[in-house]
Design a protein around this ligand. Structure first.
Ligand code: TYM
Length: 324
C-alpha cells in the first residue's frame, strides 16, 4: 500500500492533528509503504516569520517521531528537500481549473483571515498538495476532515492529467479517522480545533497543569447530563469523543460511567486521562529535542529515499508531457 500525508510546520501541534491524522498514520505503518512529510513550502502561503521556520520544521519532525512514526518503517522528510514537488506542482497547475481552486473552503477561510496578504500561493496550495500525493503514486491519504476537499481535488487533477497525457497517476483515496476526523475547539465547539485560534487548542505537549486548566474551563452547556448530542451539546460531545479516543472505550460506556455525576467530575477525569496518555509523548519529545544530529540524519535519509521515487515519477511525467 502506498500512503502519503503531510503536516505544515506552522507551530505546535494539537490533539486534533494527533487524533485526526497522526494516530492513524502511526497505525498505517504496519501496512508498509508510508511516506510522511513536513510540508514547509505549504507553510509559506500564509504570513510567517522566517526566523521561526527552521525551528518549526524540527518541531514537527519531533512530533512525528514522538507520536510513533518509525523511520525504520516509514520515509520521513522535508518537502523542500525534494524539489520534484514544486516541479510537478507547476505541471499540474496547467491542468487545474482556477474555478476549482477558488471554491476550496480553506482558500476562502484563509483569504478572509489574511485579507491584505493573499498571494497566488494560497490559491495554488491544493495543486502543490496534489503534487505531494501524486508524486509517490499514493493510494491512501490519512488526513482530518478539513483536508478531504483537497484530496478530492487531487483525484480530479490526476484524472485530468491522465486524460490529457495518458494513464500516469493513481486517484488517491482519502482516509478519515472513524472518530476524531474533526476535533472541535475547546472554547467554541462549533468550530474545529485550529492553530489559528490558539485559545481553543489543547496542544500535544501542554504541561499537566495547562491541560487541566484548559479542560476544566472548556465550553459546554447549561445542562448537567454527560450525553453525546452533536446538535444540542457540541461541547460535551467533543469532550466525549476525546475521552473515547484516548481511553479506547466506546462513548456509550463513558456516558454510563458519568451518568448523574455532572460536568466538573467528567472534566476532572478527562484531564487525568489526557495528562496520563500524553505523558509518554512529552517524555519522548524531551529526549528527542536533545538529539538534533540524529533527527537531521533521519530527515536526510528520508529525503534521499523520497527523491528516488520522485525522480522516477518525474521522468515519466516529462516523457508523457513532451519535455526533453
Ligand atoms: P495541517 O498541517 O493543517 O494539519 C495536519 C493534519 O491534522 C489534521 N487536522 C485535524 N484533524 C482533526 N481535527 C482537527 N481539528 C484537525 N485540525 C487539523 C489535518 O486534516 C491534517 O491531516 N494541507 C495539509 C498538509 C498537506 C498534506 C499534503 C496532507 C500538505 N500536503 C499531502 C496530506 C497529503 C494541512 O494543512 O495539514
Amino acid at each position: 500500500m502506498k500512503i502519503f500525508s503531510g503536516i505544515q510546520p506552522t507551530g505546535a501541534l494539537h490533539i486534533g492533528n494527533y487524533l485526526g491524522m497522526l494516530k492513524q498514520s502511526v497505525e498505517l505503518q504496519k501496512e508498509g509503504g508510508c511516506i510522511y512529510c513536513v510540508v514547509d513550502l505549504h507553510a509559506m502561503t500564509i504570513p510567517y516569520d522566517p526566523k521561526q521556520m527552521q525551528k518549526n520544521i524540527l518541531d514537527v519532525t519531533v512530533c512525528y517521531l514522538a507520536a510513533g512514526i518509525d523511520p525504520a518503517k516509514s520515509i520521513l522528510f522535508i518537502q523542500s528537500k525534494v524539489p520534484e514537488h514544486t516541479e510537478l506542482a507547476w505541471i499540474l497547475n496547467t491542468v487545474t481549473p482556477i474555478s476549482d481552486l477558488m471554491r476550496m473552503t480553506q482558500y476562502k477561510d484563509k483569504s478572509n483571515q489574511f485579507k491584505e496578504e493573499i498571494g497566488a500561493g494560497l490559491l495554488n496550495y491544493p495543486v502543490l498538495m496534489a503534487a505531494d500525493i501524486l508524486l509517490y503514486k499514493t493510494q491512501v491519504v490519512p488526513v482530518g476532515k478539513d483536508q478531504e476537499q483537497h484530496v478530492e481535488l487531487a483525484r480530479t487533477i490526476a484524472r485530468k492529467f491522465n486524460k490529457k497525457f495518458g494513464q500516469t497517476f493513481i486517484e488517491p483515496k482519502v482516509k478519515l479517522a472513524k472518530e476524531g476526523a474533526k476535533i472541535m475547539s475547546l472554547t467554541n465547539p462549533k468550530k474545529k480545533m485550529s492553530k489559528s485560534i490558539p485559545a481553543g487548542c489543547l496542544y500535544l505537549f501542554d504541561e499537566p497543569e495547562v491541560i487541566r486548566k484548559k479542560i476544566m474551563s472548556s465550553v459546554t452547556d447549561l445542562e448537567k447530563q454527560v450525553k453525546y448530542d452533536l446538535i444540542k451539546k457540541p461541547g460535551i460531545s467533543n469532550l466525549l469523543t476525546i475521552y473515547s479516543l484516548f481511553s479506547g472505550k466506546p462513548i456509550k460506556d463513558i456516558e454510563k460511567k458519568f451518568k448523574d455525576q455532572g460536568y466538573a467530575k467528567f472534566k476532572e477525569k478527562l484531564a487525568d486521562l489526557l495528562i496520563k496518555e500524553l505523558e509518554p509523548l512529552r517524555k519522548k519529545r524531551k529526549e528527542l529535542l536533545s538529539r538534533q544530529v540524529y533527527i537531521e540524519e533521519i530527515l536526510e535519509q528520508g529525503a534521499r529515499k523520497a527523491k528516488t521515487i520522485a525522480q522516477e515519477t518525474m521522468a515519466e511525467v516529462k516523457k508523457k508531457t513532451g519535455l526533453i
